[in-house]
Design a protein around this ligand. Sequence first.
Ligand SMILES: [Zn+2]
Length: 421
Amino acid sequence: MQTEKLYYSIPLIGSLKAEIMEIIPYGEGSSFGACAAVVLDRTIFYPEGGGQNADRGTINGIALLDVQEKDGRILHILSSDKGLVPGPAELVLDTRRRRDLTVQHTAQHLLSGTILRLSGKPTLSMHLGDEACTIDVGSLDVPETLLLEAEDAAARIIEEDHPVIIHFCPPEDIGSFPLRKVPPQGEEIIRVVEIEGNDFSPCCGTHCASTGRILMLRILSAEKHRGMTRISFIAGLRCLYDSRMLRKNVEVISRALKTPAPETGSAVLALLEKTAGLERQIKTCEEENAVFKAKAMLHRAGIVPDAVSAAAGTPAEPEGAPVEGSALRLLVERIPAGIDEALLIGRAAQKLSGAAFVLISERDLKFAAFCSAKDADLRALLKAPMEAQGGRGGGSSSFFQGLFPNAGALSAFTNSIKRNG
Ligand SMILES: [Zn+2]
């Protein structure tokens, strides 16, 4: 049987009594999981179509998950079939959601029609999302001036509160309407939605009675997408909520930067520039500090900086010992600040001496080793002792780093390389 569609004639009715004619098991293996679909004698729920999502609400208190029109039947997909029997049903529509979707949909007609009128660029697809809605305009050349012009023109049409008129037209007469897009084929009657004098579009969705109900239309962004321009927009109360959110954020920035709201953008950019300058200065200081600490480390080990040959064969001091079978010295040094500073000091020391440095960060349970001597291979020196203590890591002949699971393992590794190193 055909379900009587009341979503056009009584678009925003909150509840209605109807009859459940049929209950169908539904959703086995779908994203809903097993649930039920019911067919009603009449419905106020809009099934997904024309780019508009299906309505939500309840039927006999059971949540309505989706509404789909299939083979001429309108299936109301419910979260459960518990207590569901054919007979009387109480339909309750989520009117807030429907009103919002209706507003977004009407705004989409208005925006697509306005951009076409101003620039000749057609809308090729649309999407009404829960956050933002989009239209894809068939051109990559959509300048900001056009978007502003379209927004202003749409605002005027909203302010003038033009009626939205629904025409029912047989296909043979459809040529009498200046349609914005190609009408559907094979329909007995084509539904044409007109924004009085501004836009004519074949559409099966729900639309506001007049443009004033859109309240406001805001373009959020425009970006290139698959050879088209995707324009994001919001309308209606979404603009109010968006404005509140933006205002709240601007107020936080305005207070923090002691800047009037209209100047927060340039104030943030100036702050970022200043921060970048400070970061560069800090980096320079850190590098200079690392060179200083590297020189102090070499000094403690009795190595004269800039004399790479001096690194070889110097008598051992407490933290260093000659590597067995070679003249390479292995210096082990604890770096209290952490591995990032150890890396800076290691790189600086590597430029000053050909000795091998193993820098230990007990804080980070890590070590980093450096050596610029050509015949040295840190992997051969460090890999086995590291793995013997459960450490993980790797590197090259001139740089090697590792991480240990706990302080005991790192300490045992440190002692073993000091002993064998
Ligand atoms: Zn529509």
